[in-house]
Design a protein around this ligand. Structure first.
Ligand code: FE2
Length: 200
């Protein structure tokens, strides 16, 4: 289940399926794409708040989340454009509450994406035989599932996440954000670890 960097960064070859695009599928994809654009700004605001509250390691997690959101904005935008849509932010506000509340919010959103939004999109893409979309959205589902685990861990051990020390890595293809880098390649999309973005 591997996808080349060029396929994601340089344009996804889904044109043969564009004519078959279901308007409802495109609308749902646009909504998720907009959410991802909002997440980039929201996680950046959450990181600033966490730094202000001395939760430096939570701040690093939110910065990694912002990098991940950027990756998915890019891959989703390619899909949206191939299907004839125009990517745009959903426009949700990016206000930051306390770090504890921000983590709880991030966990809730990530869980919803992992358990509902992406599975529905993957199923719709599968039903339409849209192979590239299935692959990209399956990657996103797997990445956000792992991200939810990080939010849960941080929330459950919040006081231990003060101070510096945790290093995150973000895959430039699927958007996986991982605490440390234990494998030579991305466990989701097999991108070499040397290509990951380091976030502290
Ligand atoms: Fe990856």
């Amino acid at each position: 289940m591997k996808i080349g960097l060029a396929a994601v960064a340089g344009g996804l070859s889904a044109r043969s399926h564009a004519a078959d695009a279901d308007p409802a599928f495109l609308a749902n994809l646009l909504r998720v794409q907009g959410q991802k654009m909002d997440e980039d700004l929201r996680f950046t605001a959450f990181a600033l708040k966490a730094d202000a509250e001395a939760y430096a390691q939570v701040a690093a997690l939110f910065r990694a989340s912002a990098v991940s959101a950027k990756v998915q904005v890019r891959s989703h935008a390619s899909l949206v454009k191939e299907l004839g849509g125009t990517p745009k932010a959903a426009g949700d506000k990016a206000d930051a509450a306390s770090t504890k509340d921000n983590l709880a919010f991030a966990l809730k959103e990530a869980t919803h994406e992992a358990e509902t939004l992406y599975p529905e999109l993957v199923k719709a893409a599968q039903d339409k035989g849209m192979g590239v979309a299935v692959r990209v959205l399956t990657y996103s589902k797997a990445a956000i599932t792992e991200q939810a685990k990080l939010y849960r861990t941080a929330l459950e051990h919040l006081e231990e996440w003060k101070g510096a020390g945790k290093v995150f890595y973000v895959c430039p293809v699927c958007g996986l954000a991982t605490l440390g880098m234990a494998t030579e390649v991305c466990p989701i999309c097999h991108t070499p670890k040397g290509m990951f973005t380091k976030v502290v």
